[in-house]
Design a protein around this ligand. Sequence first.
Ligand code: SAM
Length: 484
Amino acid sequence: MAEYNVKSLKADEFINHEEILETLRYADEHKNDRVLIEQIIESARPRKTARGVECPGLSHRDASVLLACDDPELTEKMFTLAREIKEAFYGDRIVMFAPLYLSNYCVNKCVYCPYHMQNKSIPRKKLTQDEVRDEVIALQDMGHKRLAIEAGEDPVNNPIEYILECIKTIYSIKHKNGAIRRVNVNIAATTVENYQKLHDAGIGTYILFQETYHKESYEKLHPAGPKHNYAYHTEAMDRAMEGGIDDVGLGVLFGLELYRYEFAGLLMHAEHLEAVHGVGPHTISVPRIKRADDIDPTVFDNGIDDETFAKIIACIRIAVPYTGMIISTRESEACRNKVLGLGISQISGGSRTSVGGYAGYSAEERPHDTEQFDVSDQRSLDEVVHWLMDLGYIPSFCTACYREGRTGDRFMSLCKTGQIQNCCHPNALMTLKEYLEDYASPETKAIGEKLITEQLKLIPNEKARAKATEYIENIHLGKRDFRF
Ligand code: SAM
């Protein structure tokens, strides 16, 4: 039997089944232990140090105790702490992005995904470079600066060369004042050599959802194709880091397995990356299974309600305070509203989950034929930006950190002392200003201008405040792409 070893490079040792079961037993034993739970909450609070604000996070065991506890008063304390941590490291900023589906050809048989190879009812489509161009122009015309590219796994139709060519095309397009400044990549697990190529192509984060950390379920849910190999999939982030990518994004697809098992596995994965590579995951995504072409989400037994979902998000926020958290348009406006304050730092807006879903369609029209899943939040980007500002958030189109080389441990060490805020807050305001000038509706522009004026006053450093004010005036005069 494999033994738990956080530093091992073998999947069944760093995501150790026995350790997860032991963690769940420990959590069950202690879930009513008020004293211990209060101690855990106390231990996770942000604290002022000589270097700034620091936050210790929690081990997968302690975090699992919090998640298991269902006392309403203690849960409220967890939510309050999650909000405090979010405020300390991410402030009111919410980074915006959109997915871009390149191809739905796939040789896997993932039972929850409509792109599975046996699905004959879904048309197969792969964007040509001209179509990539059209999609990118449509996305730039909405105001997006950051994309996550998505593709099925198919070595013949979607080889790495195709993905690299698409990335090159995306970065090359400068339409009006538009530009895609960061391309994150969500493609199947691959080799160190291919990760090197992605790194050299200038990608932002490499994102790969684990789907489930439960090996036996994983193998049943991925009955054939390269994705069937649990170890190869689970060890992908180590290969990505070996290939030079130091921002990686984790995630599980909630609904496939017991959420408490997934939660422990996810945190063990984060601990493993930190222990081996000195840097934890850049982001964690929290997708839930959705209805799609031939997929009925109700056949999976482990669906979670909105309350549990919110608690998972709060507990992740407390356990890994510096990791960005992403929520997509799989979730409704109401659900997104609820979890934004609890730790989410990035959301998508105006998303299409079909191949070729942007170009040639109005904000109200959406093609369904090649969709990967139903989108719950169907608002346009402008509506989402407006809504965020109404709720008191600052929508940010910032991509500065990675373009300034603040990735991996350099990003983490800045973030860990709260220093990241000296750049992020003005950068958010400047990129929001670009959005307002170039893409916003008159109503969105009006509340955005007001928000920027108020927020500029809150930049504590006098020099930074003056510089940001000057840059914002320059943006009004037509200049673009300033950053700290
Ligand atoms: N093919 C790539 C891979 O194997 O990782 C990733 C791209 S896939 C387009 C992106 C993610 O969508 C998957 O990792 C999965 O978690 C999620 N997904 C698949 N089917 C879904 C569904 N029915 N509802 C919600 N999310 C789904």
